[in-house]
Design a protein around this ligand. Structure first.
Ligand code: HEM
Ligand SMILES: [Ca+2]
Length: 311
């Protein structure tokens, strides 16, 4: 279908840089072999890029001149990683085809390859994004959803980006890989509403005890826990099984099932928990959709030489 890519193209670099996708694939594989968590980190980097001014590599810009880096915003600070991997890929691509492959496209391809490397689905990426001339520190604080968001707030956050509830549920499945810091799930472990205390959490005492041992009520802020305790290294549908068992790590994960009065979301979670293929298909579609958010094309923006700085 020629329309799902919007203003982007399959095989965009076929003439100008035929090895582009292969080069990215190779470097991502090397990086993930060295550090398995890097697959999760690269996937998240693409998400944090797309939700702030669109998929334009704004997230990669360092502090310089007028630019205040998005890396310093609350959701990103001491949290997002993978910049060195992107730098290396960009360096090799500049040797192969100077000023041709955008940093925004590198992020898109790297996210796709990361999922596939961990056993997840593979999909064709639409390319031709250009890189931003600015960053939005304020936007990074405003538009990236927080782990203490309610279901309604999560839905609203995705809606702002042109993504629907279906995309929210499918893309949350990214939390089948990777890790979170104690600061990201402390509130979920210690500050329970009365209702949660009674209805839900009583049933999951053991899991909460484990989380408390990893993450004390104060201190050890950067202590890590896997987002998916069951199969932390595999991109599979276990995230959704965890949710049904009350074992989502983040408040925002559990919100999908605990706060859903209509039952629509829970039904979708059930569908993914029992049918991995269905999850994979939805996930791939939603990733393509996310990768289309506000892309710069044609003469907009530029192709950066160094992903950390505008030319
Ligand atoms: C639905 C709203 C979302 C919220 C509230 C959220 C929040 C978070 C938080 C708090 C962390 C842990 C960060 C840390 O402690 O350093 C995290 C990790 C992660 N998130 Fe999300 N996220 C959301 C959606 C997404 C989406 C849409 C994707 C990808 C498409 C994604 C991919 C990841 C991955 C892969 C990790 C692990 C990263 C690593 O290990 O380096 N998340 N997320
Ligand atoms: Ca961006």
């Amino acid at each position: 279908d020629d329309t799902i890519g919007g203003s982007l193209f399959l095989d965009y670099y076929k003439e100008t840089c035929p090895l582009a996708e292969e080069i990215v694939a190779r470097e991502v594989e090397i990086a993930v072999l060295k550090d398995p968590r890097m697959a999760a980190s690269l996937l998240r980097l693409h998400f944090h890029d797309c939700f702030v001014m669109g998929c334009d590599a704004s997230v990669l810009l360092d502090n310089y001149g007028d630019i205040v880096s998005e890396k310093l915003a609350v959701p990103n600070l001491n949290s997002i990683r993978g910049f060195e991997v992107i730098d290396k890929i960009k360096y090799i691509l500049e040797e192969a085809c100077p000023y041709t492959v955008s940093c925004a496209d590198i992020l898109t391809i790297a996210a796709r390859d990361s999922v596939a490397l961990r056993g997840g689905p593979r999909w064709e990426v639409w390319l031709g994004r250009r890189d931003s001339l600015k960053a939005s520190f304020a936007g990074a604080n405003q538009f990236i959803p927080a782990p203490n968001f309610t279901l309604q707030a999560l839905i609203a956050s995705f809606k702002q980006q042109g993504l629907d509830i279906g995309d929210l549920i499918a893309l949350s499945g990214s939390h089948t890989v990777g890790k979170a810091r104690c600061t990201s799930f402390r509130q979920r472990v210690y500050q329970l509403s009365l209702q949660e205390e009674h209805d839900v959490y009583r049933k999951y005492k053991t899991f909460r005890r484990i989380l408390r041992s990893i993450c004390p009520s104060s201190g050890r802020d950067n202590q890590l826990a896997p987002l998916d305790f069951a199969t932390p290294a595999r991109f599979d549908n276990h995230y959704f099984i965890n949710l049904l068992e009350g074992k989502g790590l983040l408040g925002s994960d559990n919100a999908l099932v605990w706060e859903d009065d209509e039952g629509e979301v829970v039904q979708q979670v059930w569908a993914y928990a029992t049918n991995q293929e269905l999850f994979f298909e939805s996930f791939a579609n939603s990733m393509v959709k996310m990768g289309n958010i506000n892309v710069l094309t044609g003469v907009e923006g530029e192709i950066r030489k160094n992903c950390r700085f505008v030319n």
